[in-house]
Design a binder for this molecule. Structure first.
Ligand code: ADP
Ligand code: MG
Length: 444
């Protein structure tokens, strides 16, 4: 039967795209069998569901064809490696149990958190707190920023790091909603004392998404006391929020001042280079070998959040597995288009852009792609380059080719320069924005 499983894998390998095979079949192991039954172990529940919904028939058919009779295939999920998808539940660890391990999401660590100028400070603060929890200057630590930018990731990374350093550390990680629900249910069950005891016995309190505390006065009151108690005992508190405490409505003043009393750090959307780095990392994690120009294309168009980047990769993988095709530029374009909405102006050419910039700046098209360094000309060129990149997502090298064979560092420099000027120079900001809108609009 061992060989039989190897045969099945061989067969699947021959029929599936490499990355699909590597992602979904390489990690499966045969852990038991009888004459007409195979027991396969998959790394986690998600994996199981994926196999079940996408490959079950293919596996069964292959087995049957090879064996010539009916083979029953059973799956089990590997226990140890099973990640918790539930990230909001309370974890309370004590020396007797290791239950915390199930609740801190092990996938979120500092080592797989990609750093960029957008999150550098937040990451450093989180790491400092994780290395020596309870230090006054960093207590509480509040991480705020938009959705999908890594706040929850950092929160779990802190917990994981602390547990790695000191196994007996007591950690509670909960969303503010969970805190609220626990509190309410403790009132219903007449167990508010147990509730506060549990929360106040922890060494580290990690609370995700405190914006949900808004307008819940009783819960805030409860949290205020928990907070004070922990703080006075030098216990670390880390919170995340999608906005600044001062922007939260319905928050009592004293809680607001507690939230702001420590260190407040923000996470911003990733810049281009960070997006590239994140995509490459996520692709690798998923066993995808993506050519650089595709990565660059995706990084140019998918900008809003890391979660979006991640799900684009997963989409790609899903598409190519389902339709059994290799990932090529067409597929990447299709997925990207889908994610940023139809009418995305991907088909416009560099010539169109230069033409439009020439009209707007009254500078000759030939000059724009030429070599003159006169200031207005160089500026029009840089704007064109910037727009090529923003609107078309062309690779730096290709843009370079279009603009008289300039190398990619020159092109990158031009993009950066305009990026900066948009913010500091009103005239350029206005010009670029209106050109961008114009060009985009004309294509919808
Ligand atoms: P938030 O809590 O800010 O809404 P999450 O922490 O849930 O965002 O992040 C969304 C997804 O993006 C997660 O899968 C997370 O691992 C990933 N992610 C976010 N930032 C980074 C980063 N800097 N490096 C690697 N992965 C990241
Ligand atoms: Mg979150």
């Amino acid at each position: 039967m061992d060989n039989f499983w190897i045969d099945i894998k061989e067969q699947l390998k021959a029929t599936l795209p490499d990355h699909a095979y590597n992602t979904w079949f390489e990690p499966i192991s045969l852990i038991g069998h009888t004459d007409n039954e195979l027991i396969l172990e998959v790394p986690n529940q998600f994996f199981y569901e994926w196999i079940e919904s996408h490959y079950k028939n293919q596996i069964n058919n292959t087995a049957q064809t090879l064996a010539g009779n009916n083979i029953n295939i059973k799956y089990t999920v590997a226990l140890e490696k099973q990640p918790t998808i539930e990230t909001t539940s309370i974890v309370y660890s004590n020396k007797k149990s290791n239950s915390y391990k199930a609740n801190l999401n092990k996938r979120y660590s500092f080592s797989n958190f990609i750093e960029g100028p957008n999150n550098q400070f937040a990451r450093a603060a989180a790491l400092a707190v994780a290395s020596s929890p309870g230090q006054q200057t960093f207590n509480p630590l509040l991480i705020y920023g938009g959705v999908g930018l890594g706040k929850t990731h950092l929160l779990h990374a802190i917990g994981n790091h602390i547990i790695d350093e000191k196994e007996s550390a007591r950690i509670i990680i909960a969303s503010s909603e969970k805190f609220t629900l626990d509190f309410i249910s403790s009132i219903q069950k007449n167990k508010t004392i147990d509730f506060s005891r549990t929360y106040r016995k922890t060494d580290v309190l990690l609370i995700d998404d405190i914006q949900f505390f808004q307008k819940k006065e009783q819960t805030q009151e409860q949290f205020f006391h928990t907070f004070n108690d922990l703080y006075q005992h030098g216990k670390q508190i880390v919170m995340t929020s999608d906005r600044l405490p001062s922007e939260m409505k319905g928050l009592t003043d004293r809680l607001l001042s507690r939230f702001e009393s420590g260190l407040v750090v923000d996470v911003q959307p990733p810049d281009f280079e960070t997006r590239v780095a994140i995509l490459m990392e996520k692709a690798e994690q998923n066993g995808l070998d993506m050519p650089y120009d595709m990565v660059e294309f995706m990084a140019t168009h998918i900008k809003s959040s890391v979660r979006e980047l991640e799900s684009t990769i997963i989409r790609l993988l899903a598409y190519s597995s389902l339709s059994n095709c290799e990932i090529d530029f067409e597929l990447v374009k299709k997925v990207v288009r889908e994610r940023i909405g139809n009418g995305a102006p991907i088909d416009i050419s560099a010539t169109d852009i230069v033409k439009r910039v020439a009209e707007a700046t009254k500078i000759n098209e030939k000059d724009i792609v030429g070599s003159s360094r006169r200031r207005p000309i160089a500026e029009a060129r840089q704007i064109s380059v910037y727009l090529c990149r923003e609107i078309m997502g062309t690779s730096l090298m290709d843009i370079g080719m279009h603009f008289g064979g300039r190398d990619h560092t020159t092109i990158l420099h031009a993009c950066r320069n305009i990026e900066k000027k948009i913010k500091t120079d009103k005239r350029i900001g206005y010009l670029v924005r209106s050109l961008q809108q114009d060009l985009t609009f004309s294509l919808i």
